[in-house]
Design a protein around this ligand. Structure first.
Ligand SMILES: [Ca+2]
Ligand SMILES: [Ca+2]
Ligand SMILES: [Ca+2]
Ligand SMILES: [Ca+2]
Length: 167
């Protein structure tokens, strides 16, 4: 017995150290990095205006079926009360995309899925529900309310420096 410990004891201790170190490093690597520990996108009310030129368009507005625009900023125009997409296959603005195909504004030919998002025009050009997001789809941090509907473009006050909440 003693001969066994004398011969293999140091090796067993060394093996245990290696195993413990492996477990420790694996545990650290599995932790979520700090930058992922933030509130989910869109969780904070008060922002996310997808058309800051029109006070009748903002998240929470009633979707008006038949006006061919996205009134409630979910990226769909004229969806029904259960959020079923419109089945309208007409293309009234001539951009090649019908409401049924996902056009979120069938009154403006420059606005349709796949359009380039024009940063600074205060509208959602590419029908993803966000206005003025950058080329990497990062949300705008524009904290001004340009149309007076009390809803800013920045979807999250964390991104909106100088955001003044009315409560
Ligand atoms: Ca909508
Ligand atoms: Ca269209
Ligand atoms: Ca957009
Ligand atoms: Ca606004």
């Amino acid at each position: 017995m003693n001969a066994f410990l004398v011969r293999f004891g140091p090796a067993l201790v060394g093996l245990a150290v290696v195993v413990l170190a492996t477990i420790a490093s694996t545990t650290v690597a599995a932790r979520a990095p700090m930058w992922e520990m933030r509130p989910p996108h869109g969780a904070t009310p008060g922002g996310g205006d997808c058309n800051d030129n029109d006070p009748n368009v903002y998240p929470g507005h009633v979707e008006i079926v038949g006006n061919r625009v996205d009134d409630d900023c979910d990226g769909l125009a004229d969806e029904d009360a259960n959020d079923n997409p419109s089945g309208d296959i007409n293309d009234l603005d001539g951009d090649g995309v019908s409401l049924a195909m996902g056009d979120c504004n069938d009154t403006a030919g420059s606005i349709h899925p796949g359009a380039v998002e024009v940063v600074g025009n205060y509208v959602d050009d590419d029908c993803d529900g966000l206005a003025d997001e950058d080329a990497a789809d990062h949300p705008s941090n524009d904290a001004a309310d340009h149309d007076g509907d009390q809803v800013i473009i920045a979807p999250d006050p964390i991104f909106a420096s100088g955001f003044e909440s009315a409560g």
